[in-house]
Design a protein around this ligand. Structure first.
Ligand code: CA
Ligand code: CA
Length: 75
């Protein structure tokens, strides 16, 4: 009789990936590397930011955040 304890293996893998950095850099958030962060890109890494906050942070109203606008939002 063979026993495969898949749950135990999964628990080990998940605990190894538990470290999470709340601070994310602009380069990491900018998934398509166009030097602008869209709301979709931001919400993929930070679900705490609302669309309202994103729009408020978009100082030049081009619909995306540049590095400066992003820094202001995250600080
Ligand atoms: Ca982008
Ligand atoms: Ca902008």
């Amino acid at each position: 009789m063979k026993t495969f304890n898949i749950a135990a293996v999964a628990a080990i893998v998940l605990s190894a990936a538990s470290a999470y950095a709340a601070d994310v850099s602009f380069e990491v958030v900018d998934a398509n590397a166009d030097s602008l962060v869209s709301f979709e890109e931001l919400s993929a890494v930070n679900t705490d930011v609302t669309e309202e906050a994103f729009i408020a942070a978009d100082a030049d109203k081009d619909g995306q955040l540049n590095a400066e606008e992003f820094k202001a939002l995250m600080s």
